[in-house]
Design a protein around this ligand. Structure first.
Ligand code: ADP
Length: 245
């Protein structure tokens, strides 16, 4: 079964169209990089993919169900943009935040050894075991994004959706962060990543979707860099730029 099946998706805020006629499929194990200029609808599409918004028309199926009705929340890990510093006020500790990933599994019981192990493994896996007792609000942006990934790992998520996770993160930590994503993807986790840095995303992702209200391209990175899709979507195509001059 596909992880995501998007079919002729249309969405707007009020009567302002943001996405039109978007269709794409994401198979298990893919690493999809979602690119496009500012305001092209990337965040909106990501929110639709994981069911935070409902399509105006067309459909988004997440693990076979309409995304906005998808109930199995722990299968999806979401790392939202941190541009508003939303995590600054989080007073829970890193360990507590990651433990939350186990909550959907323990409605019927206490926190088990399995839960504890899953949390410890997840902290270890993303390299923040030493920060377990630190308050999330005290972390750097890059460390905080790792907490959210650890929470998804503890939840045994099958899909990780990330929205520009390394904004404000220094270059070295950024490389380490993408190395981590790569290895998680190699282990079978499906990844959908919104990223403005085309160089990073074409180097890391196994497939690229290029968006600007409509989908300009969906395919492998090697083909993407050879086509005009990028220039067309970003409006830097010479024909477009010279138009009217
Ligand atoms: P991107 O992630 O590619 O920058 P977005 O999905 O954030 O694009 O935004 C697409 C368009 O929708 C932009 O023009 C933006 O201003 C608008 N938009 C985004 N969120 C909202 C909202 N909650 N209400 C109204 N308009 C919005």
């Amino acid at each position: 079964m596909s992880v995501l099946e998007v079919s002729d998706l249309t969405f707007g805020y009020g009567d302002r169209p943001v996405l039109e006629g978007v269709s794409l499929t994401v198979e298990p194990g893919a690493f999809l990089g979602l690119v496009g200029p500012n305001g092209s609808g990337k965040t909106t599409l990501l929110e639709l993919l994981i069911g935070l918004r409902r399509p105006d028309s067309g459909s988004v199926r997440l693990f076979g169900s309409p995304a906005h009705e998808f109930a199995d929340g722990e299968r999806v890990g979401y790392v939202a943009q941190d541009d508003a510093g939303a995590g600054d006020s989080m007073s829970v500790t890193v360990a507590e935040a990651v433990r939350m990933g186990r909550y959907p599994r323990r409605l019927r019981g206490r926190f088990t050894d399995d839960d504890r192990r899953a949390v410890d493994d997840a902290l270890e896996r993303v390299g923040i075991a030493d920060l377990a007792e630190r308050r999330v609000g005290r972390l750097s942006g890059g460390q905080r994004q790792r907490v959210f990934i650890a929470r998804a790992l503890a939840a045994e998520a099958d899909l990780l959706a990330l929205d520009e996770p390394t904004v404000g993160v220094d270059a070295e930590s950024r490389t380490a962060f993408y190395d981590l994503l790569d290895s998680l993807n190699d282990e079978g986790l499906t990844v959908v990543l919104v990223e403005h840095d085309i160089g990073v995303v074409t180097a890391r992702a196994t497939e690229i979707a290029c968006l600007n209200r409509r989908l300009y391209f969906h395919g492998d990175p090697e083909t993407f860099v050879e086509t005009d899709a990028l220039a067309e979507a970003y409006g830097t195509d010479r024909r477009v730029v010279s138009h009217g001059h």
